[in-house]
Design a binder for this molecule. Structure first.
Ligand code: FES
Length: 164
């Protein structure tokens, strides 16, 4: 009888431990597995590169980013300001990105012009696959350092937010 009780207790502990390990493993897997939406590696097809004309900035809501064309060079610029994360709109009248929060201004290529932002607007890699422009939002590249002025031009007109 004592052997039976000991056997049952031992078997019960083993079963409980096994179930606990299974639950812990399952929880870890649920926490660490890549999300299904990330399986496509965050790529968004944007259509023909020809749709993005020089001097324009097009907002892509799905990626929360701007696709801009600076003198024939295409950029995918994060909408999130590198300063404190406000959404940066494009100002049609000035042809620049103007952050409404603290006044950072960027040229159409996302290069820093003025304000407290520590760098230019962050970017996502762009590729052309079968004549389709594709942005990879799973990768982010820090914006250019202050002083980069490869695409800086005079403002087209008045600023939108009174940022200068
Ligand atoms: S969040 Fe854009 S300048 Fe501060």
């Amino acid at each position: 009888m004592a052997m039976t009780r000991r056997y049952l207790l031992r078997t019960g502990w083993k079963l409980g431990g096994g179930l606990l390990a299974l639950a812990a493993g399952w929880t870890s897997w649920e926490l660490l597995r890549p999300l299904a939406t990330a399986g496509a590696s965050g790529k968004i097809a944007l259509g023909s590169p020809a749709n993005f004309k020089p001097g324009t900035a097009t907002f892509v809501n799905q990626g929360r980013l701007w696709v801009s064309n600076a003198d024939g060079h295409l950029f995918a610029l994060s909408q999130k300001c590198p300063h404190l994360g406000c959404r940066v709109p494009f100002c049609e009248s000035s042809g620049r990105f103007e952050c409404p929060c603290h006044g950072s201004v960027f040229d159409i290529a996302g290069e820093w012009i003025t304000g407290p932002s520590p760098r230019g607007m962050d970017q996502h890699p762009l590729t052309v696959e079968n004549d389709v422009l594709v942005v990879d939002t799973s990768k982010r590249i820090n914006g250019p350092d202050h002083g980069a002025a490869n695409f800086l031009t005079a403002p087209l007109g008045p600023a939108c937010a009174g940022n200068g």
